[in-house]
Design a protein around this ligand. Structure first.
Ligand code: FAD
Ligand code: DHB
Length: 393
C-alpha cells in the first residue's frame, strides 16, 4: 500500500476542489486533489456558463483570469422576454457598476488544471474506490486506488468537493445532517450549437409552451435550453423538434433565432437541495456536495466558488494564526448566503416555468410579476443584485 500525507485532502476536481487547491497553495497550505474521472472528461463536461462579478475577480486575483478576460464575454444585462416582448435588466446601473462574465465552467476547469499541473501540485486523476475515514478524529484519511495501487492519504482536514453524487456527504453518520429538498416537475433540455448567438445578451423567456433560455459560449457557439418533462429522454428530441420549440418559445417581433449544427444535447433535472451543517469533524463539504440549485439563476458554480473562498480563509486562519473559530463558523457563514441563492434560484424558476397544475390565475400572476420586475426599479434592482452575485463578506 502506498502512503501519502498532506494538510488538506480534496475529493473532487470540479470548480470547488480545483479553486480551493489554488487558494490553499497561495496561502502556503499543501493539498492533494483526487478525482474519479480522467482529465479529458472533466475538461469537456458542459455545464454552467455564467460567472458572477466577484468570482471573476477572484479568478483574476489567483492569476487564473487571463483567458477568461480574453475569451469570456462580459454581460451588462439580461433580457426577460414574455408576452412577445423583450425587457432588459441593466446590471451596472442597478448594482453600482457590476456585470457577469459568460465563460463555460469547463473552461474554468481547463485553466485551473493547467495552472496546477504546471506548478507541479498534486492532482490525481482516475482514482477509484474512494472512501473517507476517521473524520471524527484529528487524523482523517482518504483511501483510494490509483494506477492499480491501494493508497492511503493522511490529512489534517478533508474537503468534500465531490459533487451531489459524491462519497463525502454519505460518509457523515446518520442523524447528523438535515436535508432540505425540492424537486421540480420539469427538466431542461440543453443544446450546444455551432451558430452565432441570436442576441448580444442572454434571453430568459416565459412562454405559453414553457420556459426557454438563449445563452452562448462564444461569438460562434450558442447554448440553448428548453423546459421539458423531468423524465424526458433526449432520444425524443430530434434537432428539428428542438429548433421548432425554441423558435416558438423565443418568438418576438424582429427577433430571428440563428440555427446551426447541434454539437451536444442533454437533459438536466431540476432540484433545490441543502444539507446542514456543512461540516462534521474534520470533513468540510463544499459546492454541490452540500447543495444544489435549479439552474435558472445561474448560481451552481458560483456557490461552489463562494464556499471554497470561505473555506480557504478559515483554513488559512487555522494554519497561520492557530485559530479554529473561522472553521467552526464555516457552515453558518456559507449557509447564510447559500439560502439567499436558493431563494433566488427558486424564485427565478417559479417565475419563468410552466407548472403543469398552474391555473390561468397562476399564469396571470407570473405575467404580472414579470411586468413588475421589468417596470419597477426596486424589483429590477433585487433581480440584478442577486444575479451579479450577493456580497461574500
Ligand atoms: P462538480 O462540478 O460536480 O465536481 C465534483 C467532482 O468530484 C467531479 O469532477 C466528480 O467527478 C468528482 N467526484 C465525484 N465522486 C468522486 C469520488 N468518489 N472520488 C473522486 N472524485 C469524485 N449550473 C448552472 O448554474 N447552470 C447550468 O447550466 C448548469 N448545468 C448543469 C448541468 C449538469 C448536467 C450538472 C450536473 C450541473 C449543472 N450545473 C449548472 C451546476 C453546476 O455545474 C455545479 O453547481 C458545479 O459543477 C458545482 O461544482 P462542484 O465543484 O461543487 O461539483
Ligand atoms: C447558462 C445556464 C444557466 O443556468 C443560466 O441561468 C444562464 C446561462 C448557460 O449555460 O449558459
Amino acid at each position: 500500500m502506498r502512503k501519502l500525507r498532506t494538510q488538506v485532502g480534496i475529493v473532487g476536481a470540479g470548480p470547488a476542489g480545483l479553486v480551493l487547491g489554488e487558494m490553499l497553495a497561495r496561502a502556503g497550505i499543501e493539498a492533494v486533489i483526487v478525482e474519479r474521472h480522467d482529465r479529458a472528461y472533466i475538461e469537456e463536461r458542459i455545464r454552467a456558463g455564467v460567472i458572477e462579478h466577484w468570482a471573476a475577480a477572484l479568478l483574476d486575483e489567483l492569476g487564473l483570469g487571463a483567458r477568461l478576460r480574453r475569451e469570456g464575454l462580459a454581460h451588462h444585462g439580461i433580457e426577460l422576454r414574455f408576452a412577445g416582448r423583450g425587457h432588459r435588466i441593466d446590471f451596472p446601473s442597478l448594482t453600482g457598476g457590476k456585470e457577469v462574465v459568460v465563460y463555460g465552467q469547463h473552461e474554468v476547469v481547463k485553466d485551473v488544471v493547467a495552472a496546477r499541473l504546471a506548478a507541479g501540485r498534486p492532482l490525481l486523476f482516475e482514482v477509484s474506490e474512494t472512501r473517507v475515514e476517521g473524520i471524527e478524529t484529528d487524523h482523517p484519511v482518504i483511501r483510494f486506488v490509483h494506477e492499480g495501487e491501494e493508497t492511503e492519504l493522511s490529512c489534517d482536514f478533508i474537503a468534500g468537493c465531490d459533487g451531489f453524487h459524491g462519497i463525502c456527504r454519505p460518509a457523515i453518520p446518520a442523524g447528523v445532517l438535515t436535508a432540505y429538498d425540492r424537486i421540480y416537475p420539469f427538466g431542461w433540455l440543453g443544446i450546444l450549437a455551432e451558430a452565432p448567438p441570436s442576441s448580444e445578451e442572454l434571453i430568459y423567456a416565459w412562454s405559453e409552451r414553457g420556459f426557454a433560455l438563449a445563452s452562448m459560449r462564444s461569438p460562434t457557439i450558442t447554448r440553448l435550453y428548453v423546459q421539458c418533462p423531468p423524465d424526458d429522454d433526449v432520444a425524443q428530441w430530434s434537432d428539428d423538434r428542438i429548433w421548432d420549440e425554441l423558435h416558438r418559445r423565443l418568438a418576438a417581433p424582429g427577433f430571428s433565432l440563428t440555427e446551426g449544427p447541434v454539437l451536444q444535447k442533454s437533459i438536466t433535472a431540476m432540484r433545490s437541495f441543502v444539507v446542514e451543517p456543512m461540516r462534521h469533524g474534520r470533513l468540510l463539504l463544499a459546492g454541490d456536495a452540500a447543495h444544489i440549485v435549479p439552474p435558472t439563476g445561474a448560481k451552481g458554480m458560483n456557490l461552489a466558488l463562494a464556499d471554497v473562498l470561505v473555506l480557504s480563509r478559515a483554513l488559512e486562519a487555522f494554519y497561520r494564526d492557530g485559530r479554529s473559530d473561522p472553521l467552526d463558523a464555516y457552515s453558518d457563514t456559507c449557509l447564510r448566503r447559500i439560502w439567499k441563492a436558493q431563494r433566488f434560484s427558486w424564485w427565478m424558476t417559479s417565475l419563468l416555468h410552466l407548472f403543469e397544475d398552474d391555473s390561468p390565475f397562476d399564469r396571470r400572476r407570473q405575467l404580472a410579476e414579470l411586468d413588475y420586475v421589468t417596470s419597477s426599479a426596486a424589483a429590477a434592482t433585487a433581480l440584478a443584485e442577486n444575479y451579479v452575485g450577493l456580497p461574500i463578506d
